[in-house]
Design a protein around this ligand. Structure first.
Ligand code: NAD
Length: 369
């Protein structure tokens, strides 16, 4: 029996409610197929600020580094709106990403058959959709120097942000995308704006060089970011893995995610570099926030967080069959008509967070029998 250590950070709002259901899924898996999951729960976000005056403690950061994977719920809420920016709930999440050097953000956009009609696009465009967007997360425009607002002294001010990428940053995130593509449909689309940005030109050249050196078995295409936005809503099924920088990835992953319906369904993973044993620091979390409008009511959809744990099984623990079981159990529960409020049509019966967790676990039992 091998033991995998999971650090659970439920956070604020609906975070603890959805994490409760993930804990049941983890418990279900623990001890099966030779893997035991050891979990520890800690504070991040507003709840951590209330307890310690910071959004995440040094001790928790160390625990996150030592864990085999971190699963996070959500942070934030109106209670902390007036708190200083440096200790705001979101600062805890940013520090985790930064200190763990999680440079690759993976956002799958999968269309669940039972929800195809809930998409903003026609059923035939999204039915069977399964794409993965890999966004560079620690560089580019959101971090580049110089940055700031300067007073020009003539009644004018100037706002500056700098898009800056080095070869190693481009190639390590592209490497993650190529690796993923090999486990999927073997195609990568690299996205930038080389027509107007030197950093885009470098991006393309560095991706091509890496491809030639190590991944020539994977099909590689290049697309301008504006065209990619258009193609995602015109014909999203043409893509397998998309790799792009921080800012374009921010926008394109939001566009892609909305093709598949509710925020309550969307998982994500953020990965760091692999060490010599192939172990990567990793954080898994739903795309949604703490949903203060429904927090405490027991009605939040736990699927995004359960699917995030499924991604941990796949990408941190190489447990593809178990990850498939989670995905298939969610498909099956939806196909049987299980709905939380966010994905229900008018008049449809809705389940509580806990009931949805139970429905998914029952399907896992049935599918693995
Ligand atoms: P949100 O994602 O929390 O909610 C947006 C809407 O979607 C709300 O109507 C909410 O009820 C609904 N929703 C979200 N998740 C749901 C789920 N699992 N089940 C059912 N319905 C769900 O975004 P917001 O309202 O803009 O932000 C609320 C707080 O969350 C803010 O403090 C924000 O800073 C924070 N936030 C945190 C994260 C994070 O922790 N990664 C991400 C986004 C926002």
């Amino acid at each position: 029996m091998t033991t995998k250590k999971l650090l659970l950070l439920p956070g604020d709002g609906i975070g603890p409610e959805v994490m409760g259901e993930v804990s049941r899924v983890i418990e279900w898996f623990s001890g099966r197929n030779g893997v035991e999951f050891e979990t520890e729960t800690d504070l991040v976000g507003g709840c951590c600020y209330d307890a310690h005056g910071v959004a995440v403690t040094d001790e928790t950061i160390e625990k996150a580094k030592a864990a085999d994977a971190v699963i996070l719920g959500a942070v934030g809420g109106p209670k902390w709106d007036g708190v200083d920016f440096s200790v705001r709930p979101e600062a805890g999440l940013l520090r985790l990403r930064k200190d763990l050097q999680l440079f690759a953000n993976l956002r799958p956009a999968i269309c669940f058959e039972a929800l195809a009609d809930a998409s903003s696009l026609k059923r035939e465009l999204v039915e069977g959709l399964d794409i993965m967007i890999v966004r560079e997360l620690t560089g580019g425009l959101y971090f580049g120097e110089p940055r700031g607002i300067t007073d020009l002294g003539n009644g004018q001010r100037r706002g500056i942000n700098t898009q800056v990428y080095d070869t190693f940053e481009i190639q390590r995130v592209a490497g993650v995308a190529f690796d993923l593509a090999r486990k999927r449909n073997n195609r990568v689309t690299s996205v930038e704006k080389r027509n107007v940005m030197e950093s885009g030109l470098l991006w393309q050249e560095d991706v091509i060089a890496l491809h030639k050196e190590k991944f020539s078995d994977v099909t590689l295409d290049h697309m301008l970011a504006d065209n990619c936005g258009m193609q995602l809503v015109r014909n999203p099924k043409q893509f397998d893995v998309i790799v792009t920088d921080n800012m374009f990835g921010d926008m394109l992953s939001d566009v892609a995610s909305m093709l598949t319906g509710s925020l309550g369904m969307l998982p994500s993973a953020s990965l760091g570099d692999a060490d010599k044993d192939g172990r990567r620091l990793a954080l898994y979390e739903p795309v949604h926030g703490s949903a203060p409008d429904i927090a405490g009511q027991g009605v939040a959809n736990p699927i995004a967080t359960i699917l995030s744990f499924g991604m941990a099984l796949r990408y941190s623990f190489d447990m593809g069959a178990e990850a498939d079981l989670v995905d298939n159990a969610v498909q099956a529960a939806l196909a049987e008509g299980c709905r939380t409020g966010d994905i229900a049509s008018e008049g449809e019966k809705t389940l509580s967070t806990h009931e949805m967790g139970s429905a998914i676990i029952s399907q896992m039992e049935a599918l693995s029998a």
